[in-house]
Write a protein that binds this ligand. Structure first.
Ligand code: 8YV
Length: 328
């Protein structure tokens, strides 16, 4: 007798090659229309699924997990951040959670660098000027931004993405400073030429560019609070490609409007897809729709990781990307 294939519910449309393989390997229930699932739809999904494949747009909280059927043993997240999954409740119900680290590191670091350059050199503003038909020709004082070469970058969170950013930043002539819960190995510090700041407050006051690259956990919610943002120098800029919740968005918006911080590059927001309407009015903010890891190659790699995690798990082994809460 052939064994019944596990029912895998995928909440969003994934790259074609991944969906095809998903159907070959498992009894896959796909979301061809790609509409984000409502809470009720998520509840229906966890009731029947053996494996759930959510993304950042699905809030898998305690209320949803309360309806999980006895078959649900694995949540194989499509994405690295798992702050939309209630890990504690999942653990208490014996549900394993996996994610997709590593494969989006370089793309996200590229996007972070792109935002640092966009804000400093006013790329989005320049683009808007041309599109609005308001460019009257070159001028010596037109669209002056700030040089990044020789400036100081402060990285908040020296994990995989923080390090990949540090490597790039070095090439652009930025000196690298970082704050992390734990100081990284001296060999890595040496390779990256990175200066460790035990005090985040002191680092914020010292650097010209701040980049948020830590995960969103209960400990990092509003890590960049109004008080901490005020420590930044008025000419400094802030870039966030991690999670909106790490920064107090209303406070940041106020400070950008009042010129207390020179600029911001934001790929993520506190209440996605909602964006603070006041942010939309600011010229000194570059705003992107959470596209840090949005490359074709990256999405396929992420899907591959999801497949491997599920396959390994259903074959009775420990999946390679098991999320361990304490290590986030
Ligand atoms: C993903 C991300 O696109 O992986 C993450 O944590 O933030 C994004 O790059 C998204 O989360 C997919 O679920």
């Amino acid at each position: 007798m052939t064994k019944k294939k596990p029912l895998v519910v995928v909440t969003r449309k994934l790259p074609e090659a991944i969906e095809t393989r998903m159907m070959e390997l498992f009894d896959a229930r796909l979301n061809i229309d790609d509409a984000a699932m409502s809470k009720q739809e998520l509840i229906e999904a966890v009731k029947v699924a053996d494996v759930l494949v959510p993304t950042v747009t699905d809030k898998i909280d305690a209320a949803v997990l309360a309806h999980a059927g006895p078959n649900l043993r694995l949540i194989a997240n499509f994405g690295t951040g798992v702050d939309h999954v209630d890990l504690q409740t999942a653990r208490s119900r014996g549900i394993t959670v996996t994610n997709t680290p590593d494969v989006l590191t370089e793309d996200t670091a590229d996007m972070t660098m792109a935002l640092i350059l966009s804000v400093s050199r006013r790329l989005a503003e320049g683009e808007r000027l041309i599109r609005k038909g308001e460019w009257a020709g070159w001028g010596p004082t037109l669209m002056l931004g700030h040089r990044i070469w020789g400036k100081r970058l402060g990285i908040v969170g020296m994990g995989r993405i923080g390090r990949a950013l540090a490597r790039r930043a070095k090439g652009f002539g930025l000196s690298v400073h970082y704050h992390n819960r734990r100081r990284v190995h001296p060999d890595i510090e040496e390779e990256l030429d990175a200066t460790y700041w035990e005090s985040l407050d002191q680092m914020l006051a010292h650097v010209d560019v701040v980049s948020v690259n830590c995960p969103h956990t209960p400990a990092t919610y509003h890590l960049l609070s109004a008080r901490r943002l005020k420590l930044m120098q008025p000419h400094a800029i802030l870039v966030n490609t991690a999670r909106g919740e790490i920064v107090d968005e209303p406070a940041l918006t106020r400070m950008l409007a009042d010129g207390e911080i020179a600029g911001a590059g934001l790929d993520v927001f506190e209440h996605e897809p909602a964006v603070n309407p006041k942010l939309l009015e600011l010229q000194n903010a570059v705003l992107l729709p959470h596209m840090g890891s949005a490359t074709i190659e990256g999405r396929v790699d992420m899907g591959e990781k999801v497949l491997i995690n599920i396959k390994t798990f259903v074959d009775g082994h420990t999946p390679p990307d098991r999320v361990i809460e304490g290590l986030l």
